[in-house]
Design a binder for this molecule. Sequence first.
Ligand SMILES: Nc1nc2c(ncn2[C@@H]2O[C@H](COP(=O)(O)OP(=O)(O)OP(=O)(O)O)[C@@H](O)[C@H]2O)c(=O)[nH]1
Ligand SMILES: [Mg+2]
Length: 505
Amino acid sequence: MFSMSAVVPRSLRLLLHGLAPRSPAPPLQWPVRAVIADIRVLGSWGRGGSHDRGWASGANGEGEGEEPEEEELLSAEPLLPTASQRVCVLHPDVKGRAGRTPRHTELQVAEAAALVHALHGWSVVLTLVVPTRVPDSRLVFGKGNFQDLTEKIRGCPDITSVFLNVERMATPTKKELEAAWGVEVFDRFTIVLHIFRCNARTKEARLQLALAEIPLLRSTLSRRSAWLDHEGRGSRYIMGSGESFTELRHRVMKEKEAKIRRALERLRDKRSLLRRQRTQREFPIVSVVGYTNCGKTTLIKALTGEAAMQPCNQLFATLDVTAHAGSLPSRIPVLYVDTIGFLSQLPHSLIQSFSATLEDVAHSDVIMHVRDMSHPNTEQQKTSVLSTLQSLQLPSALLDSMLEVHNKVDLVPGYSPSGSGVLAVSALLGHGLDELKVALEKSVLQATGRQVLTLCVQLGGPQLSWLYKEATVQHVQELPETGAAHVTVIISRAAYGRFRKLFPE
Ligand SMILES: Nc1nc2c(ncn2[C@@H]2O[C@H](COP(=O)(O)OP(=O)(O)OP(=O)(O)O)[C@@H](O)[C@H]2O)c(=O)[nH]1
Ligand SMILES: [Mg+2]
């Protein structure tokens, strides 16, 4: 199996566990230490959550400088019931839709059930696939089907809510369906938001979530306002303020949205400052992206040997961007960035809200796209990930150089990957990781403009220790009687320029 000591040097391992090394770290590791300090400042580690807290667990900077205003923004009431739910998954099977096959429908229903199971205490008690030609109509289904459906739902007293597997449901539709079926009705957007709410741990993830929830709060507010207006209460002015109750609530909502955006902007500024510092230190960043549950966290755990990471067989287990240090075959230190998983049919507004999190992907040196090859829908998942990446407007060079990693091949007997530049691994069993690291190193060297050079240096002088500090020393071959050595290093162009300026030939 995989050994942590083979990958990360001891002093770095101590740092990763939030402890200061007792002995001075070898020169190679100083940038790693600096970056760890930076990321602590960013405060990307959670509030007592159990997994994905990364290597700086216990050292989060969230409490520092937190404005009371931000705390208020984060402590809003949950939008969905927190109690257990017995759910009827209702999938509208739209006739005539391109790509509609029984298998495709089956997979969509399975994904909907997996979303429900991602919520603690929620279970699926009934699954219905109902054909419809009129998905955009107010009742989503034709009259006959709607009546049958209503009888089925009402006839099943176990059901406490219905999950209508559509991207987004209009407010009047929700109102009518709930009136007809006597239980709450949720769409994909609401369910995913609720999963996010349960899993979001960091301030940034929770602020982004609060922003994504605004449209939902608005529609709830509109419904309440309609009721108040109907009762003649919404239009009353409050204590001579010249503002009605409804107007006041809308204004409060607007102010809340603006405050969230400002708070996110502050975090974004902090992030970009840290990114600049990382760039100055020429620390390679590898972003790991992919469909939710494809094994991103498991792969990073296997590549870094970081025991604290806890992968989870659940959709959207990771919601916070965390960075994890590892090293490549030539001992180049590298930061792996674990990201939020993608899902098909996610409303654009939700992706937009989490775009700050995904900004780190745009600033990485290499992207690794992890795929679950054991999943029956792996091709559609790939398409969905690629189209989301396109929508993030990443630099084309970054997209072109993306590495595709075929994971979970242990579940696909006799699997052999097709296509060039594709690597097959089992992150869980540790298969194929050495080949993956070699390929990754090649990409990192290319993307960061690093080169392998053999330099002749005097052993008594300051050159060698400078190289240990600023580059990755591969090999030192002493030249007897000359007092010099041939030193093979991996060095960036900028660092080589500085070396030559300090130590001209
Ligand atoms: N059999 C097998 N299972 C794997 C492999 N890699 C990951 N898994 C399992 O897949 C599940 C999801 O793994 P994660 O690493 O949490 O997936 P993720 O992509 O980080 O998921 P999200 O953060 O929710 O998007 C876990 O139960 C893992 O044990 C693999 O190579 N083989
Ligand atoms: Mg994960």
